[in-house]
Structures are given as C-alpha cells and as structure tokens.
Design a protein around this ligand. Sequence first.
Ligand code: GAP
Length: 449
Amino acid sequence: MDAHAPNSTSEGSFVTLEKLVSLCKRRGFIFQSAEIYGGVTGLYDNGPLGTLMKQNIRNLWKQSLNHLEQDVVYIDGALIGPEAMWKASGHISNFHDPMVDCMVCKHRYRADDINLEKPCPHCGNKQWTAVRDFNLMFTTQVGANTGQSTTAYLRPETAQVVFVNFKNVMTSSRAKIPFGIAQIGKAFRNEITPKQFLFRMREFEQMELEWFCKPSESNDFYNFLMLQRMMFMHAIGITKERLRLHAHAQGELSHYSRGTSDIEYHFSFGWKELEGIAHRGDYDLTQHMEHSGKDLKVYDEETKESYTPHVVECSVGVDRLFLTLLFDAYYEDTVEGETRTVLRLHPAIAPITVAILPLTKKQHDLAHPLYKKLKLANYSVEYDVSGSIGKRYRRQDEIGTPACITVDFDTPTDNMVTLRHRDSTKQERISIDDITKRLDELLKISFLG
Ligand code: GAP
C-alpha cells in the first residue's frame, strides 16, 4: 500500500484560506464559534473531523517525546492564574503588542502589521493615534463577593503552570535532571487583530515541553531539541521545502529568552512561525523564586551544590499545526476527467483512516459488521452507503481518508474486498483477513528522521 505520497505541489501554488475555511465548515473540521449569533473574531469550535484530527496531532506529539532518551512527565494545570504569578513571569509588564488606531474610522491595528506612512487600509485617511502598548492577557475576577474578589488572568501560555509546579513534580515523580515536563492545553490571548483563520486566534491550544537541565548542558539540548522538533514536522508529512529554521536576532528575543529559533512554514501569506524553540535559561525559576520566596533549586549529588536548572522550551500551537497540515495537504487534481479535492494527510493524521463502502445496499449485511469490527478494534472508521461509489470516494478524498474499502458482489464468495488508495486512486483486491494488517502498515510513522 502506498502511504503518504510525496507532496509535489510547486512553490507558489497555494490553496487560498477561503477555500480551506469553506472545506473546514462543509466537512465539519472547524466552525466559527457561536456562528448563529454572528460569531466572535478569533474564536473557533472543532467539528467532528477537527476533533478527531486534533486528537491525532496530540497523540503523535506525545509519541514523538517517547523517543527522547530521558523521561517526560505530563501535567494538566489550571487555566486561570493569580496576578502574582503573572507579575513574576514578566507577562504583566512585557506581554503586549504595539497598537494604533485610525482617528477617523476608529479601526484598530497592530502597529507592526501595517505601514504607518501609508493611509488606513480601511478608510483611506492618514490620521493615526500614537502607538501604545496593549497587554494581551484576559483578566477575570476570582471570588463571589464584590469588593473581595481578586484579579486573575487566563494563561497566555501553558509554560508558567509548569514552572510553578516544578518542585511538586520533581519530588512527587522522583524525576532526575535532565527531564521534561510537558503539557497540552488551552491558552488565551486577546489578540488585537486575530487573523488568517486559525493562525492567530484568541483562544487556542498549545503543546509545550519544558526541558530542565544543568546550565552546562543547556546549549547542547537547545540544538538537539531544535533538530528533534524539525524531524517531527517531517515525520507527520509536512513538505520539507516549506519548512525552515529561523534564529531570532538579539533584538527579536522575548523577555525570557537567551536564544530562540522558530520552525517556520511557508504559507500563502509568507514564512510564519509554526513552533518556537527557546533557551529560557534560569529566567523563569529565578523569577518565581524571587517573587514567591520558595526555593526551586535542585541539589547536585556530584558537586554537592544547589543550582537553578536551565530550561529549553519547545512550544507549538495545536491549531496552528492543524492549519499547517491542512494547508500543506490540500490538492486539486484531475481523476477520470473530473477535478477532485484531496487532502494528502499522513494516514496517522487523517481524521478517518478507513471508509467502509458497500457497493450497493445489498452488501450492507456483510459491510456493516466489518465496519463495527474495525471500530471496536479502535480504528477511525466511517460507514457510507448512499450515493454513487465515485461520489463517495470524492467525499473521502476531500477529508483525507487514506483507504476506502468496497464490499461488492463477489465478497460473499471470495472473502475479498477492494482497497482503494486515496493518493494514487489505485485499487487492489485484498482478503478481508488482511485488512487490519494493511491499515497498521499505513498508520506507521517514524520520528527518527
Ligand atoms: N511559551 C512560549 C510561547 O508561548 P509563543 O511563540 O508566543 O511562545 C508558541 O507561542 C506557539 O503557540 C506558536 O509558535 C504558535 O504555534 C502558537 N500560538 C501563539 N499564539 C497563537 C495564537 N494567537 N493563535 C494560534 N496559535 C498561537
């Protein structure tokens, strides 16, 4: 079975975001949140297929961390954090974007998104306010009594919850440096201009790995993890030529960083950050020690001294990666004289692995038990009985299903089915008994480069 066929899209032939947005809605990947009330910019809901595909992304990310030599443990922390924590992390004073308003039409922009020498793209006038800093954190009040409630913040990154739990995790799990604490969860940023669909959202999900190591080893781990993360992007099928590493110049670094490299992807709107790998040094643990008064140092048995570990962070957005995968996998080609849309997703990423298609309703009694059997064996499987077989294939192509299995008139006598491959559209007869073996081959993935 041919797995993920090499992506042959030439540079420049990009799918438009409009087409992706439309496919996502039509097929149930992503919906604008609260759409029936007009929606809220920057907020989206996952539909049935989006939910399945994001679960695959999370699982593969976790699987890739299993290949690291040292252990990674997971936490799942609170979404709301106290003001003191965000003061210590530097987010209250540093986590802002430059904002500017058009004085005529009141349109608001991120100042680094537009050219202030030019007129307002919305109304054509050139009367700008001064550029101000806008803090991106969402505030909330904790506590029911007015006057006694305290201000708290929705986390703008998952990382801080890891740092404040560093000692708890180390002592409870008996982990030894070097090791990683990973977390997958929501983050919230009141972006001034959410845009490009899932690229810049106000509520999104991050997968973050915080790698704790000795200061003397941190540069090596920084370089090592950068390569590991790039290998992950290749493994899940993203076109190599559309990925690159971009090292931040000194002036570009975030307040906590000693060095950052982004894995960038070439979207239709330019090379953009997909994942950030940052050498955070001892910034976060030192800040939390100073602000909380708690000791977060570790004791080195060899040198008999305490030290503050360094942290290397790998941080990627689930939604941004999801958008990248769709963007990269989208093709329109011609099959039997007809244009088809096909998502050439890696089979392990595709929301549905296999579709069971009885040729006509007459094969239902044989096809449906096969569907049930595969479902109970935990394959992601869909059953579709209505419409012409050609139309049903197109539908599966459009959602990226790598394998379609057709049960036909001969199946009751020869125990064989037709396996149709998404990318090549080639068909072959295989025994029903071989189906799971073939699906397992298809789902194989290697993170080892
Ligand atoms: N803890 C470090 C951190 O949060 P970041 O570069 O601000 O660093 C990391 O974010 C990743 O999170 C980005 O590379 C991107 O994949 C994702 N991300 C950040 N802001 C986002 C947004 N507004 N919408 C969607 N994804 C976002």
